[in-house]
Ligand binder design. Structure first.
Ligand SMILES: [Zn+2]
Length: 271
């Protein structure tokens, strides 16, 4: 590969991520409301005017319009370009790490589902089944079709690893949910989180489940303490846990597995 082609493909994966992010914005608004994601075209939520294609380019249009609707000058939420940028950067990071392997397109799909699920969780306190149960089913299927996803050469071995990952992921959080209900006499953990960690296990295996659990709990706890400190938030207030789980699993995809292996070697006193 020449440098030119590598630069071209790198730019292309970033641009693809920006466009997918733009589509995710549409899904995030419309799927929970039960609307079609295909038609009609988008309208300005303030004035109801149709948005032309040149005002709907990911990130670029937001910058050109200086964050305001062309017709009514109403403010456009910075959330739209931020989700587009996040998707673009994560697509780029996956391409940089995995290049010409089956992981690249599959992880792009996984990351899209995780971003969609996380933002819906932030908005509605619910993780859609199409992300969580869909993630478990697609994780099992893709592992059998692409055994390298589980670091295996044979489809049956990969399928077993995927199934064990799903069971351990969902099992651990289900136990936490049951214990929490018994101890706190209220629902401490949603079933959506249980199914989401199952999906992460089905896609990435048992090690990823453990890494995700540790990292998401640590970041979630830190976040909770900061909120309590600055906002006087009561500890019983709900914070959706889905985005933390999703974020930690993306860290794993992009290099957490390297950090984990280094840590294990270090603990064992090697190297
Ligand atoms: Zn408007």
């Amino acid at each position: 590969m020449t440098t030119f082609w590598m630069a071209y493909l790198t730019a292309l994966s970033f641009a693809s991520g920006l466009c997918v992010g733009s589509f995710l914005n549409v899904c995030i608004l419309r799927i929970p409301a039960g609307q079609s994601i295909v038609r009609p075209r988008s309208r300005c939520p303030a004035c109801g005017e149709w948005i032309a294609w040149y005002d709907n380019l990911p990130v670029l249009s937001y910058l050109l319009l200086q964050g305001k609707c062309r017709h009514c000058r109403g403010l456009i939420s910075p959330r739209y370009p931020l989700i587009e940028l996040l998707t673009g950067l994560l697509f780029l990071a996956v391409w940089n790490r995995y290049g010409f392997t089956a992981q690249t397109p599959l992880y792009w799909v996984a990351i899209s589902g995780l971003i969609f699920g996380s933002v819906v969780d932030l908005d509605h306190f619910i993780l859609p089944d199409r992300v969580t149960l869909g993630g478990i089913a697609s994780g099992l299927v893709f592992s059998a079709l692409v055994p390298s996803l589980q670091g295996e050469l044979v489809w049956s071995g990969a399928l077993v690893r995927s199934a064990v990952g799903a069971l351990v992921g969902a099992g651990i959080l289900y136990a936490v949910a049951v214990a929490g209900r018994w101890w706190l006499k209220q629902d401490a953990m949603g079933l959506g989180d249980v199914k989401l960690l199952g999906a992460i296990g089905a896609w990435l295996g048992v090690q990823a489940v453990l890494f995700t659990l540790v990292v998401s709990s640590a970041i979630g706890a830190l976040f909770g303490v900061i909120l309590i400190a600055i906002d006087g938030l009561k500890w019983k207030s709900r914070i959706p846990f889905g985005p933390f789980i999703a974020g930690a699993s993306v860290v794993w995809m992009l290099g957490g597995d390297h950090a984990w292996n280094w840590y294990l070697t270090w603990i064992q006193g090697g190297q």
